[in-house]
Design a protein around this ligand. Structure first.
Ligand code: PBG
Ligand code: ZN
Length: 326
């Protein structure tokens, strides 16, 4: 081999490196998550996520416009309702917080793609992603009754103008149930992005502060996946594809790059990776201490998700990344 083969020849200057670069990050790859709360003129920074805010609908609209102007094609909306109840009423009510935010953003920035997270955890007092029954709050999420509620949520979100429905509660059969409900209500053209391989992860901690959705008892291990399992992720995504998922998500991203790769290989639809709150918090904390170069770390990490197989990346760093990419 040596000295005929010298891979360094193709690394000798930036122009050449640009020519041979295999993976290039663009703002088109990014999806920006936002947290909507009731009120007006309200913005409250999430303590564990510096630079991320709970925002009232008017501020969400400004933020959405800014993201779109930076070339980011999509946002995903989460909602923190004024009131929570065991039926997750605010999640499926016409006047629910996400429905309001969705309608307002679609009116102000019609070309921005608005994804709605479709789940119950922000809307229930117990903080679980499903229905537990009216009185027997033993911690066992009831799968099939939850599907009935998720169908209502998806329809309410579609009526409000959501462009993509993204169910995140890891209930069995949720993609099929939502597909049927959307089709039955005349929304057969609205795609479903399934949180198909979502792991039970400590990396969601800061999000639960932001979304006020920490489970009040127990944990999510009876519905989210065990971090030790990879083969099972392939099973999950194949089921979701069979049920009609248009896009698949892997979550978290950073410690699940192998799963992103496997899902990409095992499917023929766009794959999204969720660069979750704990991943953001770790980078922010180190950057604020001056221990790492935030711009370089973020762009390297996002590029790596894409290299692993992600076609799109949900990230709280979306606006910064879009600016840095230029
Ligand atoms: C819940 C949901 C979670 C996230 C998005 N939707 C986490 C959870 O299971 O509590 C996490 C996002 C993040 O950590 O950034 N359906
Ligand atoms: Zn949930």
């Amino acid at each position: 081999m040596f000295p005929n083969h010298r891979p360094r020849r193709l690394r000798s200057n930036d122009t050449l490196r640009r020519m041979v670069r295999e993976t290039v990050l663009t703002p088109n790859d990014l999806i920006y998550p936002l947290f909507a709360v009731p009120g007006e003129g309200f913005a409250k920074e999430v303590v564990s996520m510096p630079g991320v805010y709970q925002l009232s609908v008017d501020k969400i609209v400004d933020e959405a416009q800014e993201a779109y102007d930076l070339g980011i094609p999509a946002i995903i909306l989460f909602g923190i309702p004024a009131d929570k109840d065991v039926d997750a009423t605010d999640a499926w009510h016409d006047c629910g917080i996400v429905q309001k935010a969705t309608a307002a953003v679609k009116k102000a920035v019609p070309n921005l793609v608005v994804i709605n997270d479709t789940c119950l955890c922000e809307y229930t007092p117990h903080g679980h992603c499903g229905y537990l029954g009216e009185s027997d709050l033993t911690g066992r999420v009831l799968n099939d009754p939850t599907l009935e509620l998720l169908k209502k949520v998806a329809i309410a979100q579609a009526v409000a103008g959501a462009d993509i429905i993204a169910p995140s509660g890891m209930m069995d059969g949720f993609v099929g149930a939502i597909r049927e409900a959307l089709d039955g209500a005349g929304f057969e053209d609205i795609p479903i992005m399934s949180y198909a391989a979502k792991y039970s992860s400590a990396y969601y901690g800061p999000f639960r502060d932001a979304a006020e959705s920490t489970p009040q008892f127990g944990d999510r291990r009876t519905y989210q996946m065990d971090p030790g399992n990879a083969r099972e992720a392939v099973k999950e995504i194949l089921l979701d594809l069979e049920e009609g998922a248009d896009m698949l998500m892997v979550k978290p991203a950073l410690s699940y790059m192998d799963i992103i790769h496997r899902v990409k290989e095992a499917s023929n639809v766009p794959v999204a990776a969720y660069n979750v709150s704990g991943e953001y918090a770790m980078v922010k904390a180190a950057a604020l201490n001056g221990w790492v170069d935030e711009e370089r770390i973020v762009l390297e990490t996002l590029t790596s998700f894409k290299r692993a197989g992600a076609d799109m990346i949900l990230t709280y760093h979306a606006k910064d990344a879009a600016r840095w990419i230029g």
